[in-house]
Structure formats: C-alpha cells, structure tokens
Design a protein around this ligand. Structure first.
Ligand SMILES: C[S@@+](CC[C@H](N)C(=O)[O-])C[C@H]1O[C@@H](n2cnc3c(N)ncnc32)[C@H](O)[C@@H]1O
Length: 220
C-alpha cells in the first residue's frame, strides 16, 4: 500500500490538518477583533520569543504536502532535511515519502514542546524522523551526507542563511522547496532574490497553491 494512504497516517493527518485550520480561523478572528495589530505579521516577529510561533501550527496544507511527497518519490530522494518542523504536519509527508524511498528525514524546530508533539504525531503514524531542537542555524550545522531534498519553512528571514549553511551539502540535482513564497509578480522575497543572484547554481520555478506559493529549485 502507498504510505500516504496508510490508515494510521491518514488519521493523524486528518486530525492535525483540521486542528491547524481551526486555529487559523480563530487566529484571524482574534486578530481582527483586536484592531489588526501589525504584530500579527509573522515576518516581523522573533520566532524565539513570540507566542505566535510557539503555539501556532502555521502548517502547509494537504496540497503542498502531497506535492512534496510526489516530488520525493519521483526523485527517489533519500536524504531529506527540513527547516521549521512546528507540530510536524509537513514532516509527516516527508517521512512517509522517505519510508518509500528508503531515506530519512532530519527536521528542526526551535520550540521543544512543538518538537515533542511532532514526534508523537510521527510515532502515531508509524513513521520516524530526527527532529533537532534549537536554532536550526546551530542544529543543522556541521558536516553531513549529501542532501537530496531540502524544505525551507522556518523563519523567512533565515531561508537564505539556512540555504548558505546547507549549500555545501546539496547534491547536484537536489531539490529545494520553500514555503510562503508570494505568487504575485510585484511581491518580492529575499530567497527569490538570492536564487536569482545564483542562477548559475539553481533553476527556480514558483508553484502556486492559491494565494500563496512554493518555490521549487533544482541545484545545478
Ligand atoms: C511555518 S512553521 C513550520 C510549519 C511546518 N513546516 C508544517 O508545515 O507543519 C515555522 C516553524 O519554524 C520554527 N522556526 C523558525 N525559525 C527557526 C529556527 N531558526 N530554528 C528552528 N526552528 C525555527 C518556528 O518555531 C515554527 O514552528
């Protein structure tokens, strides 16, 4: 059976996606009721001290998860690294794909209570991942095997520093997916600027999922 359709995994995904959606609805309502404070913008918050990052899923949706799952299978990617695990919804898709390719997932999450919940979600789904707790710039540092698939979904202002950190380990032909990339042409993103500056090293496309998108880059 395809891992993604496994009953245990489906049950965990259904529950966690529903909780994430519910939280998102309430978050917006609370924000609007309080006069839309600018502080609601996650790009302007410090993930280390903000309650927003400590308590909110901020997760990908099923379409993004299935997209990455399919890409990992298509590539047969084995060494998979994730920046920004949260409660582990994206990690479930990555780990399910890794279980099919014979690969493994290294995740990263700053908040220990989030990493704990991500781990229990994985266990409940019969999957596994090594989730490094702390600042990814430290926990993902150092030597390691060549990476086949990198998912960037932590603090947006750290996408480029994390790419820099892991670039020496990116295998030619590896894939780098980043979430929360604007699809509107006039909205820029610091990662897209960096990838544009490195056109000799990466070929990048934007994949649209409604109003938000993912960048999809291949290391040349
Ligand atoms: C957008 S959420 C990740 C959502 C997750 N990928 C999913 O789809 O379920 C971003 C997460 O990255 C974490 N984060 C941000 N910067 C980080 C860093 N430097 N090191 C580790 N975790 C970080 C935040 O605490 C937050 O939980």
């Amino acid at each position: 059976m395809v891992k993604l359709n496994d009953a245990k995994l489906s049950a965990v995904l259904e529950r966690e996606h529903a909780a994430s959606l519910e939280q998102k609805k309430n978050r917006r309502a609370a924000w609007e009721a309080s006069g839309r404070p600018a502080g609601m913008n996650p790009q302007k918050m410090d993930f280390r001290i903000s309650d927003f990052h400590r308590t909110n899923y901020l997760s990908i949706g099923p379409a993004e998860g299935r997209f990455m799952y399919g890409q990992i299978l298509a590539k047969g990617a084995k060494e998979i690294v994730e920046f920004g695990t949260s409660f582990g919804i994206s990690t479930l898709y990555l780990a399910a794909a890794a279980a099919e390719t014979g690969g493994r997932v290294t995740g990263s999450e700053f908040h220990p209570e989030k990493a704990d919940r991500a781990l229990s979600n994985l266990v409940a789904a019969g999957l596994e991942a090594d989730i490094r707790v702390g600042d990814a710039l430290e926990t993902l540092a150092g030597e390691g095997p060549e990476i086949d698939f990198l998912f960037l979904d932590g603090a947006a202002n750290l996408y480029v520093p994390v790419l820099d950190l892991l670039e020496p380990r990116l295998r030619p032909g590896s894939v780098i997916v980043a979430d929360n990339i604007p699809v509107a042409k006039d909205e820029g993103h610091v990662l897209l600027d960096a990838l544009q500056d490195r056109q000799e090293a990466y070929v990048t496309s934007i994949v649209s999922f409604g109003q938000s998108g993912m960048s999809y880059s291949v290391r040349l």
